[in-house]
Design a protein around this ligand. Structure first.
Ligand SMILES: [Zn+2]
Ligand SMILES: [Zn+2]
Length: 442
């Protein structure tokens, strides 16, 4: 196994020679692409490896930033865990691997009533041992893990400073509003950007497209997850997550004069050993000037990012002046690419039908919409694709699909993909702004 000192030394040398790694350059560097995962779990909640080990796995795979998003807890304060309990979770001797990687001087253990325990280090302690200026960044996060109407309402809050307790609510919608309001409140009070993104809306088929559309302060969600249980493709009565995205955006722009939602991909990794290791299933690429939480979030809020499960873009450009959405794919060996441009045109057929059970009773699921919602506007084969907007689109987005499976598939038949954000949308009046929201009932 590689020693910890080596990569740090390598990064330091590169920085000294004025690479694009950050501080060595004076003034503002040019924006560059940074790879990151905003959703992962360690032993601090229900993951199966030590937080430094998780972070190190991402760093070694070339990620630039990582959020450990534990369920309703920040990795702060004293915390000891039984080694037997930790090993039981992974089915592996995680402590030996941890010691081997970080050394005897780093790993802290104690014995309480014959139980060997290991200290889980807080983020504030271990980040300094792993971070590299311009090379690797840890951002504090939390998975706000809430429920309402027996349904899951989970958000990742990235770059929060204080724990946000699940806010609850009488309905799913109210619960969404209240948790997002709590994130906004902290961001405003502490003067720091905090990104909230909704995760796995199709887990247990918890959230409908109509609910997501209605809560307009919700701007980000996971269109792809590395977790196997998210019902990515839906089923007979439920829409798949990507289709839900088009439904949300069509309702928002076409009927509510509100901004669309943006799509992220993430691992939601809990397992880090052997075949179960889910590091590297889904991520975002963010075009940012600096590798700091503020710069990364600013770029995401400007829409300058895309989601990926294995397709990398060399170039991604939307020009409002030329009305073009353009991309170029970083080719991989023996792989073909197909880019579909999807969107909804103005004057689309807006009829919708509830999904019914055998007795004809409407089900509480996302309704059925016409094919004109999120239709394919153009398909391009090859590594370069351009779409020229005609002006009658409510929005356009691109999805690139490779002819091969991702390195670590999440579901059967999956292909490596990349998703760009909706562009070309305009709101009328004073609604053409980034953040819109409805008031929360207090
Ligand atoms: Zn969750
Ligand atoms: Zn999670």
């Amino acid at each position: 196994m590689m020693s910890l000192a080596k990569p740090i030394f390598l990064f330091a040398v590169l920085s000294l020679f004025g690479s694009s790694l950050g501080l060595a350059q004076e003034g503002s560097p040019a924006p560059r692409w940074f790879k990151g995962n905003l959703h992962a779990h360690s032993l601090w909640s229900d993951g199966d490896d030590y937080p430094e080990m998780v972070a190190d796995r991402y760093r070694q795979r070339g990620y630039h930033f990582l959020v450990l998003s534990e369920h309703n807890v920040l990795s702060q304060g004293p915390r000891w865990m039984s080694v037997a309990a930790a090993n039981k979770r992974s089915g592996q001797d995680g402590l030996t691997a941890y010691r081997k990687r970080f050394g005897e001087d780093w790993v802290e253990t104690r014995t309480e009533k014959d139980d060997l325990q290991v200290r889980l280090k807080p983020l504030g302690e271990f980040r300094h041992h792993l971070e590299v200026s311009g090379g690797f960044l840890m951002i504090q996060g939390e998975e706000i893990t809430d429920r309402s109407e027996s349904r899951q309402v989970h958000y990742i809050a990235t770059n929060l400073h204080e724990l946000i307790k699940p806010q609850g609510g009488k309905t799913v919608r109210e619960t969404m509003e209240r948790n997002l309001a709590a994130v906004e409140e902290q961001a405003k009070r502490l003067g720091r950007p905090i990104l909230a993104h909704h995760i796995h809306p199709n887990t247990g088929y918890s959230i409908t497209g109509e609910e997501m559309a209605a809560v307009t302060r919700e701007r980000y969600f996971e269109v792809a997850s590395g977790h196997g249980g998210v019902n990515q493709l839906g089923d007979k009565t439920h829409v798949g997550i990507e289709r839900m995205w088009d439904i949300i955006n069509t309702i928002r722009i076409g009927e509510m004069n509100e901004a669309p939602a943006r799509g992220l991909a993430a691992d939601d990794s809990h397992n880090f050993f052997g075949m179960n290791n889910s590091v590297g299933r889904g991520w975002i690429m963010v075009r940012s000037v600096f590798l700091t939480p503020e710069s990364i979030i600013k770029a995401i809020e400007a829409g300058d990012f895309y989601a990926s499960t294995g397709v990398t873009l060399k170039e991604l450009r939307y020009s409002p002046e030329a009305s073009t959405l353009e991309l170029e794919i970083e080719p991989q060996k023996e792989t073909q690419y197909k880019t579909r441009f999807l969107g909804t045109r103005k004057g689309y057929n807006a009829t919708r039908e509830p999904v019914r059970d055998e007795k004809g009773k409407p089900l509480p699921v996302t309704q059925r919409y016409s094919e004109e919602v999120g239709r394919v506007l153009a398909t391009v084969e090859g590594t370069k694709a351009v779409y020229r907007l005609t002006g009658d689109e409510l929005y356009v987005r691109a999805v690139v699909e490779a002819s091969r499976a991702p390195e670590k598939p999440t579901y059967q038949g999956q292909k490596a993909q990349a998703w760009t954000q909706p562009v070309g949308w305009k709101l009328s009046g004073d609604r053409n702004k980034e953040r819109t929201g409805t008031l929360v009932d207090k």
